[in-house]
Design a protein around this ligand. Sequence first.
Ligand SMILES: [Zn+2]
Length: 455
Amino acid sequence: MTETLLTADAVVTMAPGNPVLSDAGILVRGSSIVAIGDPAELAAQAPGAARRDFGKSVLMPGLINTHCHSGILRGTAEGLSLWDWLRLYIDPMHRVLRPDEAEAASLLCYGESLLSGTTTLVDMWRFMEGSARAAEDLGNRVVLVPYVGAAEGFDYFDTLDDNEALIRASHGAAGGRINVWVGLEHQFYATPEACRRAAALCDRYGVGLHTHSNESRDEVTEARRRYGVSPIRSLEHLGLLAPEHVLIAHCVWLEDEEIELLSRHRIGVAHNPVSNMKLASGAAPVAALIAAGIAVGIGTDGEKENNNLDMFEEMKFASLLGKLRAMDAAALGSWEVLRAATIEGARALGMDHLIGSLAPGKRADIIAVRADTPRMTPFLRSGAFGNLHHNLVHAAQGGDVVMTMVDGRIVAENGVLRHGDMNEFIAAAERAFAGMVGRRSAWLAEHEHGALSPV
Ligand SMILES: [Zn+2]
């Protein structure tokens, strides 16, 4: 089995207590981490191991993006309220989207993710056989979650039958890198019967469930009007908090009773600060969720509501929005944010025994982040002014990632994918955009009495 000894000036393991190791190494055998510590001792333990020294860099766990959507609409639907954005841009896109376009979107987004240090991605998207192929080829670890609509008027989405077929075909594929969960776009998009079937599918196949909830204030009002209870209470009534692993994106507008429900059912939350700011949704009560013991991960949301998939940038926004919400510069500290992007994100997925921190026995999902840049200077690994955690959250950018390893395999290095050609993906995405937008305009001209003008 291949053995590699990775070394760097600093190793951040995200183990309890948040240790920072200076001049340390990580010994990788096959897809797993064998040992972490003094490079000379590790070299003696594995004299045949290939050596990779990253010098003035930080080795750390690959980042976990707990909520994303593949897509090719970046920058083409700006400045809109959530409702207009959905009605005029996003839902018509779903009506005309083709499987080959969906696959082109996944290749673009999965490539972007690996290049910026994200090793695990939760992707809610369509026609995800193509997404599974993209992840298998490029080397990402993914949780694929189809956008399922299962109510009258939402028949243009994927169905629960599609979702079940994808679970059967791809869950556990690529040595376990590819996971498939049950996805519901939103509880408003599904009948109570469909919600019960979604929960039953989770039990039958031992997979998790992912949906959006409590994103905007209007949505909470509408849930109360429809169901007479809060959205999270309604999810409980529909049986959607019962599966063993449930991950809910957004959770911006929550009442205390809903936080208690999320905690009691051990629900994971995906916090999407950039999307929540860009769509003017609000600032999620992240500190209160963490205080309630809830596993909070960080997500970029899609390319159209962000507009990039850079988890370093997302960490910075999580920190800043947490501070602004509390009007307290000490709120949501850098270690808390780093934990949300790594080990707590893993816990929100029920995968913390495999990923999210660097430890013997865990999967070797590791990134190297340059520290020889102006924005990482001064480089202080320990002592009273130890600043690595602050600079990883507030200074580093995705482009500073020089190596991305998933399952013990290097899948991106120095800005280049090892198993795919980004130039090809960009060209294919631009072709797909042109075709899809043309069909969307035709659909809108027929159904919405006029085509869109750019905003
Ligand atoms: Zn979303």
